[in-house]
Design a protein around this ligand. Structure first.
Ligand code: UD1
Ligand code: UDP
Length: 355
């Protein structure tokens, strides 16, 4: 069986890394196609290097643009590569434009599609990712649901039970495989002592592309920092950086840094007193690492984190952000990680190679 791994952004590289390693371990026939959706060193190459991933056989130049531009460029490039390579299966992970383009190009060529992290829903069609998730799940032949809840969602949408496998989330594999390395690695010390800072990430289109919403979030985070006397570390995603510049918004007392590599980010997460985020992967990692999270959104496709008490939705209003942060800091960090045992990639490849 020949497998094509299609990916294009930071979270896909990180969450596909355990799958790629498993394919290598089994000496499976596979190649990587990178769409080029993320191309800046610190969103892309840094992870290939740090996670020792093989070089993509194909690297498209989809780059940035409107949703249609990005997706269209990817579709054309992916189709050409798939026609040439004739893989039996295309594997995609998550909910980005790269994921949907990979799934659509493959399905139209009659190539089977495996969707890693299937069945997540925010039920908010205003999010581009929600559209990508729904469409990809309904195109896919193999749906690797991270949790029983995700499987239930897929069944509820009429997807055949035989197509779905609950595997756990590969982010647990990635965290377990790299957590020790992150602790051992000799690095410059973090800017603040362990447990003495908050960590912030922000990049969702619906948050950072709207002046008022972004201004409210920044004001809320600054208020939290002042009232609780805790510094905030903010590795700034390029989409957020672009909007901050365009809107002329000031981040106040927030300690901004460039995005960091995976091991450094795991260190930053592990040392944080609490994590404020609108990222999907960061909500999961906080939960896995035992750090409380406040999600700066009105909904989440990771409700398991909220159900176990690791996460709470705070939206974008300053008072609510402060209230929810205090509430989470008052809780005991005693939850059980709902995303599996770190062997998701093994299950995915086991079942794929038998298919
Ligand atoms: C994309 C995904 C999002 C995912 C995120 C992970 C979609 C619809 N969005 O959002 O689901 O959570 O990646 O980080 O697929 N830019 C750079 N360098 C890069 C890439 C982007 O500077 O390497 C800047 C460009 O100004 C670009 C902007 O970031 O216009 C947005 O990039 P894009 O890939 O369109 O969306 P993300 O916000 O990164
Ligand atoms: N991450 C990283 N460096 C950073 C910020 C995040 O390596 O400076 C990692 C983080 O550990 C997680 C992933 O990026 O695994 C999350 O990606 P992102 O928030 O961009 O996307 P999402 O998960 O929301 O799709």
């Amino acid at each position: 069986m020949k497998i094509a791994v299609v990916l294009g952004t930071r979270p896909e590289i990180i969450k596909m890394s355990p799958v790629i390693k498993e394919l290598e371990r089994r000496k499976a026939s596979f190649f990587i196609l990178h769409t080029g959706q993320h191309y800046s060193y610190y969103l892309d190459m840094v992870f290939f290097k740090q996670l020792s991933l093989p070089k993509p056989r194909y690297r498209l130049d989809a780059g940035s643009g409107s949703h249609a531009e990005e997706t269209a460029r990817m579709l054309v490039g992916i189709e050409a590569a798939l026609v040439k390579e004739k893989p039996d299966v295309v594997l995609v992970e998550g909910d980005t434009n790269s994921v949907f383009a990979g799934a659509l190009a493959a399905a139209k060529l009659g190539i089977r599609v495996g969707h890693v992290e299937a069945g997540l829903r925010s039920y908010d069609r205003g999010m581009p990712e929600e559209i990508n998730r729904v469409l990809t799940d309904h195109i896919a032949d193999y749906l690797y649901a991270p949790t029983p809840e995700a499987r239930k969602i897929l069944l509820g949408e009429g997807i055949r039970e035989a197509k779905i496998l609950v595997t756990g989330n590969t982010i647990v594999d990635a965290v377990y495989q790299n957590r020790k390395l992150a602790e051992q690695e000799e690095r410059e010390p973090l800017p603040f002592p362990d447990g003495g800072y908050l960590l912030l990430t922000l990049h969702r289109q619906e948050n950072v592309d709207h002046w008022e919403r972004l201004a409210n979030i920044l004001s809320g985070v600054n208020r939290v920092s002042r009232e609780l006397s805790l510094p905030v570390v903010f590795p700034v995603h390029p989409r957020a950086r672009k909007r901050l510049n365009e809107f002329g918004l000031d981040t106040g007392n927030i300690h901004t840094i460039e995005p960091v590599d995976f091991l450094q980010f795991l260190r930053l997460e592990s040392g944080a007193k609490l994590i404020m985020t609108d990222s999907g992967g960061v909500q999961e990692e906080a939960c896995i690492l035992g750090i409380p999270a406040v999600t700066l959104r009105d909904n989440t496709e990771r409700p398991e984190t909220v159900a176990v008490g690791a996460n709470i939705l705070a939206g974008a209003q300053p008072e609510k952000i402060l209230e929810m942060t205090k509430l989470m800091l008052g809780r005991k960090n005693e939850w059980t990680n709902p995303f599996g045992d770190g062997r998701a990639a093994e299950r995915i490849i086991d079942s794929l190679l038998e298919a």
